[in-house]
Design a protein around this ligand. Structure first.
Ligand SMILES: [Zn+2]
Length: 116
């Protein structure tokens, strides 16, 4: 009977840990595999554009599609940088009013992700 109680307590602790992970309350910082180091936060609120292929088979050009904001983290070992913390919704999308203006005002064209 005592063993059952211990197992019950362990599963409760595990459940609490999983709940906290899901809520984003307990996360491990991003890790650089190459350098075996935690990345460090470098800039919060960096605006960038997600692109989409232009659709013209003659070119490989990308067109602005969505504007996002995220946080830049970097590795002091190798200089690699990543963007995390974008949330689930972009700030503005192409079909929405003021897309071009907002993109320019936020400086989101400095980085366009050219990948789908
Ligand atoms: Zn590194």
């Amino acid at each position: 009977m005592k063993k059952m109680t211990t197992l019950g307590a362990m599963s409760l602790a595990l459940k609490k840990e999983i709940d906290e992970l899901r809520k984003g309350k307990m996360t491990v910082r991003p890790i650089c595999i190459k350098c075996r180091r935690f990345l460090k936060p470098k800039k919060t609120g960096m605006y960038f554009t997600e692109g989409m292929p232009s659709g013209d088979p003659q070119t490989t050009q990308w067109m602005p599609y969505k504007v996002w904001s995220g946080d830049v983290w970097g590795c002091i070992g190798c200089g690699a940088e990543i963007i995390v913390g974008t949330g689930q919704k972009p700030i503005v999308e192409k079909h929405e009013h003021g897309f071009d203006d907002m993109r320019r005002r936020l400086g989101a064209d400095k980085l366009m992700v050219e990948d789908c």
